[in-house]
Write a protein that binds this ligand. Structure first.
Ligand code: MG
Length: 248
């Protein structure tokens, strides 16, 4: 029969054992600083600490790349914008950024008369230099280090997650900016991690230098820079819901 005395002994031993195990684990518990609370209503909606670069309303956070004037890219009634091949060199943010998390949605053209790099080619450039390729790569061959989701001419995507022309797609990109010392020497490479339609396609890959179409990439020292979107012939590309979170 279980006596009151035995129950008391049981409770004492239990609390002693838990207590001694807690004492051992306590030194490795970190309580501060407490991570900031950030809220997001969905996987694609901007979290409440994001900087919204395009919400379908206007291009007030962007300039035409070469003229630095207001962009004439077309704003559509459904909250998207369509790239206009206006010889502007694309658009770039007025704000400069270092390391960031970026979300962008894009839709390639159902006009598939063009091939290879001419089919809905655009790209997201970080610090005005490092490109993640946007392209119609759905059953549309090109050199694989230049297909959708490539770090252009530096890293082939792990898989081809492309959807059909006319279907919305997304990139979630983590850009870890390179660092340079006061003499202009690189002290840390940049890195990219990229999800295409929620699928990991670049897993913390090292950036070898400024994106180039000819020759090998090289680093040149720079500070924070704008995020830019490429204007490249020939079939159209439509974009929406672009936001960024600063990581430094
Ligand atoms: Mg491109």
């Amino acid at each position: 029969m279980i006596s009151f005395k035995n129950i008391k002994l049981f409770l004492f031993l239990t609390s002693f054992l838990i207590g001694s195990s807690q004492d051992k684990s306590t030194p490795t518990e970190i309580w501060e600083p407490i991570p900031k609370v950030v809220y997001s209503s969905s996987d694609s909606a901007p979290p409440n600490d994001a900087i919204i670069l395009f919400d379908g309303t206007d291009l007030s956070r962007w300039n035409a790349k070469w003229s630095k004037k207001e962009s004439k890219w077309k704003i559509n009634n459904d909250g998207s914008m369509t790239v206009v091949f206006d010889g502007s060199g694309g658009i770039e943010t007025k704000q400069k950024f270092g390391s960031v998390q970026l979300h962008i949605e894009w839709k390639t053209s159902e006009d598939v008369s063009h091939k290879n790099q001419k089919r809905s080619n655009s790209g997201v450039f970080f610090q005005d230099r490092y490109e993640i390729q946007i392209l119609d790569s759905y059953k549309s061959p090109t050199y694989v280090n230049g297909q959708a989701g490539s770090v252009y001419k530096q890293h082939i995507p792990l898989v081809n997650a492309s959807r059909k022309p006319g279907e919305w797609q997304s990139y979630d990109i983590v850009f870890d900016a390179p660092e340079f010392n006061s003499d202009g020497k690189k002290i840390k490479s940049g890195y990219f991690t990229v999800f295409h339609n929620g699928i990991l396609i670049q897993n913390h890959v090292e950036i070898f230098g400024t994106t180039t179409n000819v020759g090998q990439p090289e680093y040149t020292a720079h500070d924070d820079g704008p995020i830019s979107l490429q204007n490249h012939c020939c079939s159209q590309i439509t974009l929406r819901n672009i936001w960024v979170r600063k990581l430094d």
